[in-house]
Design a protein around this ligand. Structure first.
Ligand code: GDP
Length: 166
């Protein structure tokens, strides 16, 4: 069984839980929880994959837990809210944590793209940071269901590609 474990990192309130819930349950509205794991069995490019999402929401500040999550997962995605410049600037600390613990960042995610009038981070800012980290970039809306499947499917594809390279 192709199994891919992805840790979702980013400041509180950016939509980490909402993305995990949307991808695995296809709805919006939930009880905010502390760290949790979400599973979805899915077809990606006609191949089955069990996608396991580790949602770190509510425990962003616990460095010791971060190292566990990063080491246990195949990849990390870094999420900010495009309505919060602060959450974008804060991404750097998570990036440093991933590097420090030997993890792999595959995607930078600008969430809440439905809130167009509240945008504080341009698409280009996100893209430039992703280029700097040498990872992919995508803007999503967990609420409107925009690019959520695309995001996680792309991570699975990139993990598969990395495996065939080595
Ligand atoms: P977390 O702390 O990073 O897990 O963030 P949550 O998933 O708990 O989301 C924080 C708040 O942002 C909640 O009120 C969500 O309903 C809201 N939210 C999350 N994603 C989106 C989105 O894509 N669009 C909008 N408009 N709100 C969102």
């Amino acid at each position: 069984m192709d199994r891919r474990c992805i840790t979702i990192l980013g400041e509180g309130g950016v939509g980490k839980t909402a993305l995990a819930v949307k991808f695995t349950q296809r709805n919006f509205g939930y009880d905010p929880s502390i760290e949790d794991t979400y599973l979805r069995s899915d077809l990606v490019d006609d191949r089955h994959c069990l996608i396991e999402l580790v949602d770190t929401a509510g425990q962003e500040e616990y460095a010791s837990l971060q190292s566990e999550w990063i080491r246990q997962s195949h990849a990390c995605i870094l999420v900010y809210s495009m309505t919060s410049r602060e959450s974008f600037v804060g991404i750097e600390l998570f990036q440093q944590a991933v590097v420090r613990h030997g993890g792999r960042i595959l995607m930078l995610v600008g969430n809440k793209s439905d809130l167009v009038t509240e945008r504080q981070v341009t698409w280009q800012d996100g893209k430039d940071l992703a280029d700097h980290y040498q990872c992919s970039f995508i803007e999503t809306s967990a609420k409107a269901g925009i690019n959520v499947d695309t995001l996680f499917h792309r991570v699975v594809r990139e993990l598969r590609a990395l495996q065939t390279e080595h």
